[in-house]
Design a protein around this ligand. Structure first.
Ligand SMILES: [Fe+2]
Ligand SMILES: [Fe+2]
Length: 472
């Protein structure tokens, strides 16, 4: 493993020791980051030992080392995936040229904006989740929450590394600003809408990790295609961590579904609220909400920015390398949604400005896979119901559908009809109050809240009843 110096305060494979200027910038930023972490990170657990995975290098042995650690002592490392020798730019106007090892001057501003926008989501989610520890459904879940939190913290480090190493003074200013914005703050909000929403309870959190972290996966995957090699390598390594966040969401909601179905069978009723669980209808409303706000994160169907990012070679498509076309897309089209009166149809649009929509389509297909798995659980309990993704036009605030009201089945509605029925489709205040009433902390080893089933297995080969967080 080249360039990793374990004795450094900041574990890294970016030869930090040889770059005094960058080292000083990061060492100056580190205490400010810690201040932010203590102020805005997990509330109430900073002094506890948590069984966490830490990356100390990017190889198979080093990237997932498990041990007890107090979160403020977590080693927030800087890791890039190994370089691909001879890598070339895979799309756009510069296709075939050697990947950039430095920021191409003419794209400096655009690239910085892309990195800042991605970077801003990382601390935002930590802020959104900071109060959840106090109502954890089990020590296992508590540990997974903190694992995600420290890794989102590390993702912030990853973006700050790029800003400090490649963008000089503006980069350092952006690094500071990333610690100053606050999720949901009126004066200094986070950049993207979904990251200013509240994550008030564990059901919302599991939905967030399934739907919103998955947007992160698709953004990171398209930035991993970037012609700017340090960004590409950074994102490739982040994706290995992101996979765990998605796992927490998918299995977490799966466990809620499992518990709900068990109680439906036992009580021979759909109304499992009486037994202190979350009924399928409520789950469906939470899915509708989190899915729709996450769809907005992909931006408008037609976007000149998206076209430019691609043409410039800065942001590719999902799995660009596996696609068999000219990777320039100047003469091709892509099918996007269109509204004609109150009918949703589709039309062929130029492929380049439709890239947001294409990425959203990849995301939608991926979301559906989880729904299929949850429906399998329902089916196994011989319950004749299904969870589903609402129509892409449902409850949207960005793009074509922002102007209309669309039902989950895709019908365009009048304002009056929407007003009369939206409580059937989106979490109501009563739903939220009910879910909140379930959020009683369960912190005994091997115990789980009544509304969620235990996981199939523990973390890193440990049993489910392992003491994942030492609270004593
Ligand atoms: Fe992240
Ligand atoms: Fe994540």
């Amino acid at each position: 493993m080249a360039g990793i110096d374990y004795s450094e305060r900041i574990p890294n494979n970016v030869s930090l020791a040889d770059n005094r200027r960058l080292q000083r910038a990061l060492e100056e930023w580190h205490p400010k980051f810690l201040d932010w972490w203590m102020q805005m990170g997990p509330d109430g657990f900073q002094a506890k030992d948590v069984y966490l995975r830490t990356a100390v290098s990017v190889d198979a042995q080093g990237w997932a080392q498990f041990d007890y650690v107090k979160m403020p002592d977590y080693r927030w490392g800087l890791f890039l995936a190994e370089p691909e020798p001879g890598r070339t730019i895979g799309f756009g106007d510069h296709m075939g040229a050697p990947a950039w090892q430095d920021v191409p001057g003419e794209y400096r501003g655009v690239l910085r904006r892309l990195i800042v926008t991605q970077g801003d989501t990382e601390p935002a989610s930590v802020e959104q989740q900071r109060h959840l520890g106090r109502t954890c459904p089990s020590l296992y879940d508590l540990r997974n929450l903190f694992q995600i939190n420290v890794e989102e913290g590390r993702h912030l480090w990853a973006m700050v590394y790029l800003l400090d190493a490649y963008f000089g003074r503006d980069g350092r200013e952006e690094s500071e600003a990333l610690l100053q914005r606050r999720s949901g703050d009126r004066d200094k909000p986070r950049i993207l809408g979904a990251f200013n929403e509240k994550t008030p309870d564990w059901l919302s959190y599991l939905m967030f990790t399934y739907f919103t972290d998955r947007d992160g996966k698709y953004q990171l995957a398209s930035l991993a295609e970037s012609g700017f090699d340090p960004l590409s390598r950074t994102c490739r390594f982040m994706l290995t961590e992101e996979a765990h966040h998605l796992f927490v969401g998918e299995t977490g909601i799966g466990r809620v579904v499992q518990r709900t179905c068990e109680l439906m069978r036992e009580g021979k009723t759909d109304d499992v609220r009486r037994s202190g669980a979350i009924d399928l209808a409520t789950l469906q409303r939470y899915i509708n909400f989190h899915y729709s706000v996450s769809l907005d994160l992909f931006g408008s169907e037609i976007s000149t920015n998206a076209a430019n990012f691609y043409t410039m070679g800065l942001k590719g498509r999902f799995e660009e390398g596996k696609k068999r076309d000219d990777h320039r897309l100047k003469d091709t089209t892509y099918s996007i949604s269109e509204l004609i009166g109150d009918r949703v149809t589709s039309r062929e649009a130029p492929a380049l400005p439709s890239l947001n929509e294409r990425l959203r389509d990849d995301y939608i297909a991926d979301c559906q896979r989880g729904l299929d798995r949850w429906n399998q659980i329902i089916k196994k309990h011989e319950i004749d119901q299904e969870l589903s993704l609402p129509h892409r036009g449902f409850h949207r605030a960005i793009g074509l559908f922002a102007e209309v009201k669309v039902a989950p089945d895709g019908r365009v509605l009048s304002e009056a009809e929407w007003g009369a029925r939206k409580h059937e489709w989106l979490p109501t205040e009563a739903d939220q109050a009910y879910v909140e009433s379930l959020m009683q902390p369960v912190t005994e080893v091997a115990r789980f809240a009544n509304w969620i089933a235990p996981p199939a297995r523990g973390v890193n080969g440990r049993p489910v009843d392992f003491e994942y967080v030492r609270l004593a």
